[in-house]
Design a protein around this ligand. Structure first.
Ligand SMILES: [Zn+2]
Length: 276
């Protein structure tokens, strides 16, 4: 499942291909993904100039010259590909196709159909039901230690599952929750309400750092090896604890084995020596 850094990388790739361009032709080849696709989707976007692409949590927002805004979520398996021209034949899971005037063709392929696409307006998109309840953007100016501590105040639940609550902070998935807690030296089992003061500051900084490092890796993947199929956003990234059960902790002077734990159905990786 794409996490925030992958979505940011996809957004940047799409911006390079489509920002400022007129979508000469838009095809919609399905009536429903996770939710119904607006029936006039293709008609409303065809002929429109795409002014700006931005990201909110794991949603991509495209703003058009007539005030229309498109909301897109990649779901579990959604993929975006860019090609120089439309293929002779589309794949059966190529649901949305955006053909830019005199330029690239962007295709949204989603075999499992957990993706979401909707239309709104640039003026009202942030109040969309899927976006309205989201907490602060972890890379934005309104997220820091005191904001995080305020969201955690009085919470008796363990910090790790709380980090996955999109109302606390938007866009943190399972991988980066483990990575951020490791970097901050905080046990995934610590009660959320006890993450205050300097500890909350460290965690807010760690969240930002792990996401930014992954986005840099994603940016490098775009520059260095554009995949032959033009696919955006999936890249290899080295994790410090995620998926490393039994391997030695990377912290200097530690070297104890990384442990694995299941919390509210999600796997957590951590070092019991370095995280308290
Ligand atoms: Zn350790």
């Amino acid at each position: 499942m794409p996490e925030l850094p992958e979505v940011e990388t996809v957004k940047r790739g799409l911006a390079t291909a489509l920002e400022g361009r007129v979508l000469a032709r838009v095809l919609c080849r399905t009536a429903k993904l996770r939710r119904p696709v607006p029936p006039d989707f293709a008609a409303r976007l065809s002929g429109r100039r795409l002014l700006r692409l931005r990201r909110r949590a794991k949603y991509i927002i495209a703003e058009f010259d007539d005030g229309t805004a498109m909301l897109l979520h990649l779901g579990m398996s959604g993929r975006m590909t860019i090609s120089a021209a439309a293929p002779a034949q589309f794949d059966k899971h190529d649901h949305l196709i955006f053909m830019a005037e005199g330029g690239p063709v962007v295709c949204f392929n989603d075999a499992r159909r957990f993706g979401v696409v909707d239309l709104s307006t640039t003026a009202t998109i942030d109040a969309h039901p899927l976006l309205a309840a989201l907490g602060p953007e972890p890379l934005g100016n309104h997220f820091n230690g005191p904001v995080l501590a305020a969201g955690l105040r009085g919470r008796g639940t363990a910090i790790k599952p709380l980090l996955l609550d999109q109302r606390l902070v938007a866009g943190i998935g399972n991988i980066y929750a483990s990575e951020a807690l490791f970097r901050a030296g905080i046990s995934p089992r610590r009660k959320g309400g006890s993450v205050t003061g300097g500890r909350a500051d460290r965690l807010a900084v760690a969240i930002r750092e792990v996401l930014e490092a992954a986005i840099r890796a994603g940016g490098a993947s775009l520059r260095d090896h554009v995949q032959p199929n033009g696919e955006l956003g999936y890249f290899q990234h080295a994790f410090q604890v995620y998926g490393r059960t039994g391997e030695a902790c990377v912290n200097a002077g530690c070297g104890r084995p990384i442990q694995r734990l299941v919390q509210t159905g999600r796997t957590t990786f951590f070092c019991s020596n370095c995280q308290r």
